[in-house]
Write a protein that binds this ligand. Structure first.
Ligand SMILES: [Mg+2]
Length: 724
């Protein structure tokens, strides 16, 4: 504030006050005599009549039309009555003159030498300056968005170059051309986080000498150091290969201050393994400087008007300091990038505003909701009731998900659906350290996203251990795919009528050099979640083709059925890959069957239908696996190009003595036959079961009664025995 209040306070008590000073400060100064009556100490002629009215010689009252000032006087009366030191400030207000012009004022109440004083100041200049600051800040915010757009565009080019250029030297040359022209810092790091390329701007940003000119500090060492201190989730970002955007505050001794906006992107190979990291660093000190001149902009998000990350931090810290228990919820909107990319940033912004409003409506007055990142919100929940507060907190989190899930009407779409993932921590149960709380909330959210999104996860130590195990298992699995540590076993499927092996199901095992044989249940779900099922599925398919080829050489032309995961069905490249590989290994498509689980039919039927039709066209056959465990409608089954139903083992176990199972299996067989489908019973373990199935007219059986899944050599032995 440019008003030199100390000066005024000191002088206002004196009768022979320096009028010149008040004139210079554009202030009218009044001394309070009694309620609503003042003595005029100094008057600015040009505008005082708008504010005050003369009541008698030298006595004035406040114009009752000045509602804001009248209101302020109520507080001022209390302030004067308390006889406190200091100054009570009204904040800015505006009055309109009869000619339509606007005047901006500020009122101050203070006590000087026991006398209540009211100062009214014309703040036209300050107001104009503040407006300019606001305007500049808004413009800078917009230019900040433009910066982000430039970062996104540049990143797309770099990503394409790194992902497609196998020649390292050529790749570096192409990128080097791109980044030299950039107006912000860009660094390309290898997977060990060592820079292999960066533009000189990085060194200038950190006031460092150019590389090779000495000094142990480098731009990347400073950035990592700042991240460690300012972002507790730092480690997790790199361990889990996640994209990250954030702001770093850099204070270089003795007095050099910078704000940096940093974006970090992992670049992955086809197996999802990180080969490089790319960092983009923008100096946003100017915008921060402008923002800090305006408290509202410094602490509140300009889009949603919610407290921003800075204010969020200080609220968390304060709450921890006051030892008041609270829950911290991180709410992360799922697939928000998709919305921005497909509907544009303006629509994305509009959605964020609606989400913020919906969340605000849900929460109590004492709860705090903040926008802490692009598509991340945080909620601090206090006074969560009762002994079972986790349960109450869960109920609130569920309400948040429900609220977010309500379809959105945006410009280009009437029914846009959005989901969110929520991570929850409790102070002080999970930690009494604000840094750790935030780190744990991030970890819990990360886990919520892993389990298929639209989920809520509470932090626990167990969750932390599981995350670490999962990350290491994921890396091991990636390596295993890279090194092909997999073996494909075959389990015979017998025709009941002839007793002959008609085909085999391919079942994968992981032969880890460290952990030994790992069963599918322990790695297939992870492969599904991480998308590694795509390269793994292709690897398995190649194994199967090799097996078929070897069997052909021995004179066997049996069909092999291969399990297909839902992700593979949705992968456009799968069908072309299949036929390319069949040609490569010279395997006729008639020797391949794909098994799809009943549950994968439930989602997006048209896509499934399309993929299956494409596969089928080439000559492979299709079976529905684990039949009976899902809810496939007969109408769907009729439309799908399916050849076999495989009845789930859970119905076969009790078939010899459970009337219910018998009825179901028998009905499924009749139904399948009427749809011209053949039936395979899975998990047949004893002769009683086989007898029942034979009586029910089942076509084929598979299970331990005949053979476990075996390696290729054993399988050929079976074939040999079986063909006798
Ligand atoms: Mg199967």
């Amino acid at each position: 504030m440019s008003l030199n209040t100390d000066l005024i306070r000191q002088h206002a008590a004196e009768i022979n006050i320096e009028h010149a000073v008040f004139n210079a400060l554009d202030c009218t100064v009044l001394s309070r005599q009694k309620l609503d009556v003042f003595v005029l100490i100094h008057k600015i002629d040009t505008w005082s009549n708008v504010i005050i009215k003369k009541s008698s010689t030298n006595r004035v009252t406040i114009n009752v039309a000045c509602l804001f000032l009248t209101d302020f006087l109520i507080d001022a009366e209390l302030f004067w009555a308390r006889n406190e030191s200091g100054i009570l400030n009204s904040g800015f207000w505006t009055e309109q003159l009869s000619n339509g012009n606007l005047l901006h004022f500020e009122a101050l109440a203070c006590i000087s030498a026991g006398q209540p004083i009211l100062i009214i100041k014309n703040v036209a200049q300050v107001f104009a300056q503040q407006q300019r600051t606001l305007q500049a800040a808004r413009e800078t915010l917009i230019s900040n968005e433009t910066l982000q757009q430039q970062v996104d565009d540049t990143h797309q080019r770099i990503n394409e170059t790194i992902s497609t250029d196998s020649d390292d030297m050529q790749m570096l040359k192409t990128i080097s051309n791109t980044i030299d022209k950039a107006t912000f810092g860009i660094m390309v790091l290898n997977h060990k986080l060592n820079p292999i390329l960066q533009n000189p701007l990085n060194y200038r940003l950190f006031q460092l000498k150019d590389p090779g000119q000495g000094g142990t500090e480098t731009p990347i060492s400073i950035i990592f150091d700042l991240m460690k201190k300012q972002y507790p989730e730092y480690q997790r970002i790199f361990e889990s290969a996640t994209q990250w955007h954030g702001e770093l505050y850099w204070l270089a001794a003795p007095h050099y201050v910078k704000w940096l906006k940093v974006s970090i992107y992992p670049i992955k190979d086809t197996l999802g393994k990180v080969t490089h990291w790319v960092l983009y660093i923008n100096d946003i000190s100017r915008i921060k400087h402008l923002l800090q001149h305006n408290e509202k902009l410094a602490h509140y998000d300009s889009l949603t008007q919610l407290p921003n990350r800075q204010l969020f931090w200080s609220i968390v810290e304060q709450n921890c300091m006051h030892q008041e228990p609270f829950y911290l919820l991180y709410i992360d909107i799922d697939n928000f990038k998709f919305i921005n990319e497909n509907y544009g940033h303006a629509e994305g912004d509009e959605l964020l505003i609606i989400i913020a409003q919906r969340l605000q409506k849900l929460l109590k007055k004492e709860d705090v909701i903040c926008r802490i990142g692009g598509d991340e919100f945080a909620v601090i929940l206090k006074n969560v009731n009762g002994n079972n507060s986790d349960k109450s907190c869960m109920a609130i989190a569920q309400r948040v998900l429900t609220e977010v899930n309500i379809p959105y009407k945006v410009q280009h779409k009437d029914q846009l659906l959005i989901t969110a993932s929520i991570g929850v921590v409790h102070f002080p149960d999970d930690s009494n350290n604000p840094d750790l709380l935030v780190k744990y909330a991030d970890l819990a959210t990360y886990n919520a996203k892993l389990t298929g999104k639209s989920d809520i996860k509470f932090y626990s130590q167990e969750l932390q251990q599981k995350t670490a195990q999962r990350i290491s298992l994921e890396n091991a699995l990636r390596e295993a795919i890279n090194n092909d540590e997999f073996e494909v076993l075959l389990q015979p499927i017998m025709d009941i009528a002839s007793g002959k092996i008609i085909k085999a199901e391919a079942l994968v095992r992981w032969q880890s050099p460290d952990a030994g044989r790992i069963m599918p249940n322990d790695f297939i779900p992870l492969a599904e979640e991480t998308g590694l099922i795509i390269p793994l599925g292709k690897l398995v398919f190649k194994h199967v083709c090799r097996h078929i080829k070897l069997l052909q050489q021995l004179g066997y032309h049996h069909k092999v059925s291969v399990n297909l995961s839902p992700k593979q069905i949705y992968d456009n490249s799968f069908s072309p890959f299949v036929y390319h590989t069949l040609t490569e290994y010279d395997v006729p498509p008639e020797q391949i069957e794909f098994e799809i689980t009943e549950s994968s039919l439930a989602n997006n039927f048209e896509v499934v239908l399309n993929t299956l039709q494409q596969l089928k066209k080439g000559g492979v056959s299709i079976s529905v696996d684990d039949f009976g465990t899902g809810y496939s409608s007969l109408a769907y089954l009729k439309r799908l190009p399916v050849d076999y139903l495989k009845i789930d083992r859970s119905f076969i176990i009790g078939i010899a003595n459970d009337g219910g199972d018998q009825a179901i299996v028998s009905a499924v067989i009749v139904m399948a036959h009427s749809l011209k489908l053949k039936v395979i019973a899975e998990g047949v373990e004893n002769v009683e079961q086989l007898k029942c199935l034979t009586e029910m007219n089942c076509d084929a059986v598979q299970g331990y009664l005949f053979s476990r899944p075996v390696d290729l050599n054993k399988f050929t032995d079976f074939l040999q025995d079986n063909s006798k």
